[in-house]
Ligand binder design. Sequence first.
Ligand code: GRF
Length: 217
Amino acid sequence: MARLKLGILISGRGSNMQALARAFSTPDAAAEIAVIVSSTPAAAGLDWARQQDLPCHVVDHRDHADRDSFDAALDARLREAGVDLVCLAGFMRLLGDTFVEAWRDRLINIHPSLLPAFKGRHPQRQAIEAGVQISGCTVHFVRPAMDAGPIVGQAAVPVHAEDDENALAGRILEAEHRLYPAVVQLIAEGAVTVCGERVVLAPMARERLNACNGLPH
Ligand code: GRF
Protein backbone atom coordinates (compact mmCIF):
# COMPACT_ATOMS: atom_id res chain seq x y z
CA MET A 1 0.00 0.00 0.00
CA ALA A 2 1.23 3.51 -0.81
CA ARG A 3 2.59 5.38 2.16
CA LEU A 4 0.67 8.39 3.40
CA LYS A 5 2.68 11.50 2.56
CA LEU A 6 2.77 13.97 5.43
CA GLY A 7 3.28 17.72 5.26
CA ILE A 8 4.14 19.10 8.69
CA LEU A 9 3.68 22.80 9.42
CA ILE A 10 5.69 24.29 12.29
CA SER A 11 6.55 27.69 13.75
CA GLY A 12 8.75 26.82 16.73
CA ARG A 13 10.30 24.04 18.77
CA GLY A 14 8.90 21.24 16.65
CA SER A 15 8.80 18.47 19.23
CA ASN A 16 5.58 17.05 17.74
CA MET A 17 7.20 17.17 14.32
CA GLN A 18 10.08 15.13 15.79
CA ALA A 19 7.65 12.62 17.29
CA LEU A 20 6.01 12.17 13.89
CA ALA A 21 9.32 11.98 12.03
CA ARG A 22 10.64 9.36 14.47
CA ALA A 23 7.47 7.30 14.31
CA PHE A 24 7.48 7.18 10.51
CA SER A 25 11.21 6.98 9.80
CA THR A 26 11.50 3.39 8.58
CA PRO A 27 10.92 2.28 4.97
CA ASP A 28 8.06 0.01 6.02
CA ALA A 29 6.23 2.74 7.98
CA ALA A 30 2.65 3.52 6.99
CA ALA A 31 3.50 7.20 6.44
CA GLU A 32 6.48 9.31 5.44
CA ILE A 33 7.50 12.94 5.85
CA ALA A 34 7.07 14.51 2.41
CA VAL A 35 7.83 18.05 3.53
CA ILE A 36 8.20 20.27 6.58
CA VAL A 37 7.26 23.92 6.19
CA SER A 38 7.99 26.58 8.79
CA SER A 39 6.29 29.96 8.93
CA THR A 40 9.53 31.51 10.18
CA PRO A 41 13.26 30.93 9.56
CA ALA A 42 13.79 31.19 13.34
CA ALA A 43 11.90 27.99 14.18
CA ALA A 44 14.18 25.78 16.30
CA GLY A 45 12.54 22.71 14.79
CA LEU A 46 14.10 23.53 11.42
CA ASP A 47 17.62 22.84 12.73
CA TRP A 48 16.65 19.35 13.80
CA ALA A 49 14.82 18.65 10.55
CA ARG A 50 17.83 19.76 8.51
CA GLN A 51 20.16 17.59 10.59
CA GLN A 52 17.92 14.64 9.77
CA ASP A 53 17.99 15.54 6.06
CA LEU A 54 14.25 15.95 6.02
CA PRO A 55 12.93 18.14 3.21
CA CYS A 56 12.12 21.56 4.70
CA HIS A 57 11.12 24.97 3.50
CA VAL A 58 10.42 28.33 5.05
CA VAL A 59 7.34 30.20 3.93
CA ASP A 60 7.90 33.39 5.91
CA HIS A 61 4.68 35.15 6.76
CA ARG A 62 6.56 38.47 6.70
CA ASP A 63 7.28 38.02 2.98
CA HIS A 64 3.57 38.03 2.18
CA ALA A 65 1.34 41.07 2.05
CA ASP A 66 -1.76 39.23 3.23
CA ARG A 67 -3.00 35.89 4.50
CA ASP A 68 -4.30 34.74 1.11
CA SER A 69 -0.89 35.09 -0.48
CA PHE A 70 0.81 33.36 2.48
CA ASP A 71 -1.72 30.51 2.37
CA ALA A 72 -1.28 30.15 -1.40
CA ALA A 73 2.50 29.83 -0.99
CA LEU A 74 2.02 27.17 1.70
CA ASP A 75 -0.49 25.33 -0.47
CA ALA A 76 1.95 25.32 -3.39
CA ARG A 77 4.74 23.83 -1.24
CA LEU A 78 2.45 21.08 0.04
CA ARG A 79 1.12 20.22 -3.41
CA GLU A 80 4.52 20.11 -5.07
CA ALA A 81 5.58 17.61 -2.38
CA GLY A 82 2.54 15.45 -3.13
CA VAL A 83 1.19 15.74 0.41
CA ASP A 84 -1.83 13.62 1.39
CA LEU A 85 -2.24 14.80 4.99
CA VAL A 86 -1.24 18.13 6.52
CA CYS A 87 -0.28 18.01 10.21
CA LEU A 88 -0.17 21.28 12.14
CA ALA A 89 2.47 20.97 14.83
CA GLY A 90 2.79 24.18 16.79
CA PHE A 91 1.96 26.23 13.69
CA MET A 92 1.24 29.73 14.95
CA ARG A 93 -0.45 31.32 11.92
CA LEU A 94 -4.20 31.27 11.46
CA LEU A 95 -5.08 29.63 8.15
CA GLY A 96 -7.74 31.22 5.96
CA ASP A 97 -11.02 29.54 5.07
CA THR A 98 -9.95 28.89 1.45
CA PHE A 99 -6.91 26.91 2.58
CA VAL A 100 -8.85 25.05 5.27
CA GLU A 101 -11.63 24.08 2.84
CA ALA A 102 -9.12 23.05 0.15
CA TRP A 103 -7.61 20.58 2.63
CA ARG A 104 -10.88 19.58 4.28
CA ASP A 105 -10.54 16.24 6.10
CA ARG A 106 -6.86 16.14 5.09
CA LEU A 107 -5.70 18.72 7.65
CA ILE A 108 -5.22 17.91 11.34
CA ASN A 109 -4.07 19.83 14.39
CA ILE A 110 -2.94 18.96 17.89
CA HIS A 111 -4.11 21.15 20.75
CA PRO A 112 -2.98 20.81 24.38
CA SER A 113 -6.40 20.54 26.02
CA LEU A 114 -9.35 18.19 25.95
CA LEU A 115 -11.38 20.08 23.35
CA PRO A 116 -13.88 21.66 23.31
CA ALA A 117 -12.52 22.91 26.65
CA PHE A 118 -9.86 25.63 26.65
CA LYS A 119 -9.64 26.70 23.04
CA GLY A 120 -7.20 29.39 21.97
CA ARG A 121 -4.04 30.58 23.63
CA HIS A 122 -2.52 29.25 26.87
CA PRO A 123 -4.86 26.28 27.26
CA GLN A 124 -2.71 24.81 30.04
CA ARG A 125 -3.00 28.07 32.01
CA GLN A 126 -6.73 28.09 31.38
CA ALA A 127 -6.96 24.54 32.73
CA ILE A 128 -5.07 25.45 35.92
CA GLU A 129 -7.18 28.55 36.44
CA ALA A 130 -10.39 26.56 35.95
CA GLY A 131 -9.27 24.08 38.60
CA VAL A 132 -9.86 21.00 36.42
CA GLN A 133 -8.36 17.75 37.72
CA ILE A 134 -7.91 16.13 34.32
CA SER A 135 -6.64 17.73 31.13
CA GLY A 136 -4.84 16.42 28.08
CA CYS A 137 -4.56 16.88 24.34
CA THR A 138 -6.73 16.50 21.27
CA VAL A 139 -6.03 15.75 17.61
CA HIS A 140 -8.82 17.02 15.39
CA PHE A 141 -9.57 17.74 11.76
CA VAL A 142 -9.35 21.46 11.15
CA ARG A 143 -12.36 23.61 10.36
CA PRO A 144 -12.43 27.38 9.79
CA ALA A 145 -13.31 28.14 13.44
CA MET A 146 -10.27 28.06 15.75
CA ASP A 147 -9.58 24.77 17.57
CA ALA A 148 -12.79 23.27 16.21
CA GLY A 149 -13.47 20.24 14.04
CA PRO A 150 -14.10 16.50 14.23
CA ILE A 151 -12.08 14.93 17.04
CA VAL A 152 -9.93 11.96 16.05
CA GLY A 153 -8.22 11.22 19.33
CA GLN A 154 -7.70 12.49 22.84
CA ALA A 155 -5.27 11.60 25.61
CA ALA A 156 -5.93 12.55 29.21
CA VAL A 157 -3.41 13.42 31.91
CA PRO A 158 -3.91 14.29 35.58
CA VAL A 159 -3.62 17.87 36.81
CA HIS A 160 -1.86 17.83 40.18
CA ALA A 161 -2.67 20.33 42.91
CA GLU A 162 0.87 21.73 42.86
CA ASP A 163 1.07 22.06 39.05
CA ASP A 164 1.94 25.34 37.45
CA GLU A 165 1.40 25.98 33.75
CA ASN A 166 4.83 24.63 32.80
CA ALA A 167 4.50 21.41 34.76
CA LEU A 168 1.13 20.70 33.20
CA ALA A 169 2.36 21.65 29.72
CA GLY A 170 5.26 19.18 30.06
CA ARG A 171 2.97 16.34 31.14
CA ILE A 172 0.55 17.06 28.31
CA LEU A 173 3.42 17.27 25.80
CA GLU A 174 4.49 13.70 26.65
CA ALA A 175 0.94 12.58 25.85
CA GLU A 176 0.98 14.63 22.62
CA HIS A 177 4.06 12.75 21.47
CA ARG A 178 2.21 9.45 21.93
CA LEU A 179 -1.14 10.58 20.55
CA TYR A 180 -0.12 12.40 17.36
CA PRO A 181 1.77 9.47 15.76
CA ALA A 182 -0.98 7.04 16.88
CA VAL A 183 -3.64 9.16 15.16
CA VAL A 184 -1.61 9.51 11.97
CA GLN A 185 -1.01 5.75 11.98
CA LEU A 186 -4.78 5.14 12.15
CA ILE A 187 -5.45 7.62 9.34
CA ALA A 188 -2.75 5.93 7.23
CA GLU A 189 -4.45 2.59 7.84
CA GLY A 190 -7.80 3.97 6.67
CA ALA A 191 -9.28 3.47 10.15
CA VAL A 192 -10.63 7.05 10.43
CA THR A 193 -13.75 8.27 8.63
CA VAL A 194 -15.33 11.69 8.93
CA CYS A 195 -19.14 11.54 8.98
CA GLY A 196 -20.58 15.03 9.11
CA GLU A 197 -18.83 16.70 11.99
CA ARG A 198 -17.90 13.53 13.83
CA VAL A 199 -15.22 10.93 13.37
CA VAL A 200 -16.04 7.24 13.15
CA LEU A 201 -13.17 4.97 14.13
CA ALA A 202 -12.71 1.41 12.93
CA PRO A 203 -13.04 -1.35 15.55
CA MET A 204 -10.04 -1.49 17.89
CA ALA A 205 -8.89 2.01 16.92
CA ARG A 206 -10.32 3.50 20.11
CA GLU A 207 -8.48 0.94 22.25
CA ARG A 208 -5.24 1.82 20.48
CA LEU A 209 -5.79 5.50 21.18
CA ASN A 210 -6.63 4.75 24.82
CA ALA A 211 -3.09 3.44 25.17
CA CYS A 212 -1.92 7.06 24.74
CA ASN A 213 -3.58 8.16 27.96
CA GLY A 214 -1.40 9.28 30.83
CA LEU A 215 -3.90 8.53 33.61
CA PRO A 216 -3.25 5.74 36.09
CA HIS A 217 -5.26 2.67 35.07
C1 GRF B 1 2.11 21.86 21.43
O1 GRF B 1 1.73 21.93 22.77
C2 GRF B 1 0.90 21.76 20.52
O2 GRF B 1 -0.14 21.04 21.11
C3 GRF B 1 0.50 23.20 20.35
O3 GRF B 1 1.70 23.90 20.26
C4 GRF B 1 2.73 23.17 20.94
C5 GRF B 1 3.80 22.95 19.93
O4 GRF B 1 4.93 22.34 20.47
N1 GRF B 1 -0.36 23.34 19.21
P1 GRF B 1 6.04 21.73 19.51
O5 GRF B 1 6.48 22.87 18.58
O6 GRF B 1 5.44 20.60 18.75
O7 GRF B 1 7.14 21.31 20.42
